[in-house]
Design a protein around this ligand. Structure first.
Ligand SMILES: Nc1ncnc2c1ncn2[C@@H]1O[C@H](COP(=O)(O)OP(=O)(O)O)[C@@H](O)[C@H]1O
Ligand SMILES: [Mg+2]
Length: 428
């Protein structure tokens, strides 16, 4: 889902998401901590709030009636303030804790009903966890830490070291394998933690505030690296954070939790443009929308176009005059974007009685994909008075983004109002 400008770049993660294979499903999951649980569950079912239940029973409702589907290959972020139930929910996924009510399916298998043996198998094959405080053995070497999980599984020294070296390379730690973990910086230690999680080649990576203890700069680097790694690995990643910027940067989709409840699930763009309630609004208020809102969501999907085969110069001139435009995007029958034609050029062709507009097409390199953000589009808009074509990977025209729609997005004013303002500015 990450932003790319230009035409020929395909994006692995979004390809995978479009397949929408369900990897994890959480159904009506609640988790209550405390002794007087049955009473608490009764109150929970009656719809009483977390603080009332705590007061009456001494039990903490850590997660309340959570429902989620997490797709194969996506980075799914669970975000919320401290104490909102994120870690508890994540721990239910590998059954470090058993849910009080509800079911969890991994690959459609109900893990809440599994025997210890089956559970062990699924933990081994499917799941790995990476924690905030890396959980490493400080006096052992990088290699030995990365191989640790494999060691616990009784895998031979030779094999586990070979596999550990592969993941050490993957996270860019080659050359450090014989150093003690305690001698490494925080960022590098977190990489060791990540490598250890990956050594078993799990299908699902559970990351609980994995980067939260790092300095901002290192943290940002680790986020970039995780995104790069994910392009290669295509794992299902459930990533927990209390930081909205991190959630936006990493998440293909985000779930927002408050007091144990999931209050909204969506892409960062959906959440920011359409917050479900005041709580989410207060969270997203300070987000820079230009980093999140994409060309795909603000583009005009039915721009006036010139069709190379069907529209001769006369038709093209008429279209532009009708709409008060000075140029039009030109497309082939299959909507392949070819460039623009200007009104003066079209008028000239018409005068010369030339039947095709082909020779007047001005190729245009400035296109964006639907995933480009407003932040990416702004510098392009300043270089042209035309709308920016939005194209897919095959360079087919999906729509256009105009200056007006970008200003509307940034200011929250409606488009007519902005057209008026721009019109007046030109008239002056
Ligand atoms: N082992 C526990 N025993 C009792 N209460 C707990 C336990 N672990 C967490 N809690 C409570 O459950 C709620 C959710 O905690 P947690 O899942 O750790 O939230 P988060 O990860 O979002 O900070 C909090 O109110 C917390 O105090
Ligand atoms: Mg936590």
């Amino acid at each position: 889902m990450k932003t790319l400008i230009g035409t020929n770049v395909s994006i692995l993660t979004s390809d995978i998401i479009s397949r929408n294979m369900e990897k994890i499903k959480i159904e009506n999951l609640s988790l209550v901590f405390g002794k007087n649980r049955s009473k608490a569950i009764d109150l929970l079912k009656k719809g009483q709030g977390k603080s009332e239940i705590l007061e009456k029973t001494g039990c903490t409702v850590a997660v309340r009636d959570a429902n989620l589907t997490i797709n194969e290959g996506e980075i799914f972020v669970i975000m919320g303030l401290s104490g909102s139930g994120k870690s508890t929910l994540l721990r239910c996924l590998n059954r470090l804790i058993n849910p009080t009510i509800g079911k969890i399916f991994i690959n459609k298998d109900d893990i809440t009903n599994m025997s210890d043996k089956e559970l062990l198998e699924i933990r081994r094959k499917e799941l790995a966890m990476v924690f905030q405080h890396f959980g490493l053995l400080p006096h052992r070497t990088v290699l030995s830490n990365v191989a640790f999980g494999l060691e616990l599984q009784g895998i031979s020294k030779e094999e586990r070291e070979t596999r550990a070296m592969e993941t050490i390379e993957l996270v860019d730690l080659k050359g450090y394998e014989n150093q003690k973990v305690s001698e490494l910086s925080g960022g590098m230690q977190q990489r060791v933690g990540l490598a250890r999680g990956l050594a078993n080649n799990p299908e699902v990576l559970l990351m609980d505030e994995a980067f939260s203890a790092l300095d901002p700069l290192i943290r940002s680097q680790m986020q970039d690296e995780l995104l790069l790694l994910q392009e290669k690995m295509q794992k299902t990643i459930v990533f927990i954070t209390h930081d909205l910027d991190e959630a936006i940067k990493l998440g293909d989709r985000i779930a927002i939790m408050k007091d144990g409840e999931i209050v909204q699930v969506g892409t960062s763009e959906e959440i920011i443009t359409n917050p479900a309630n005041d709580y989410v609004t207060s969270f997203v208020e300070n987000v820079d929308r230009s980093k999140v809102v994409t060309a795909g969501s603000i583009m005009f999907t039915k721009p006036t176009i010139a069709r190379l085969k069907k529209d001769g110069p006369a038709v093209v001139v008429r279209k532009m005059r009708e709409k008060g435009l000075s140029s039009l995007p030109v497309v082939r029958t299959n909507r392949t974007f070819l460039g623009f034609i200007n009104i003066e050029d079209a008028v000239n062709l018409k005068k010369k009685e030339i039947k095709s507009i082909e020779e007047a097409i001005k190729p245009e390199a400035m296109t964006v994909t639907a995933e480009a953000t407003v932040e990416d589009i702004l510098p392009l808009l300043s270089k042209t008075t035309r709308s920016i074509p939005v194209v897919n990977e095959e360079n087919h025209l999906l729509g256009t983004v105009s200056q007006t729609s970008v200003i509307a997005e940034m200011t929250g004013k409606d488009k007519d109002e902005i057209s008026d303002i721009i019109q007046k500015a030109y008239d002056l």
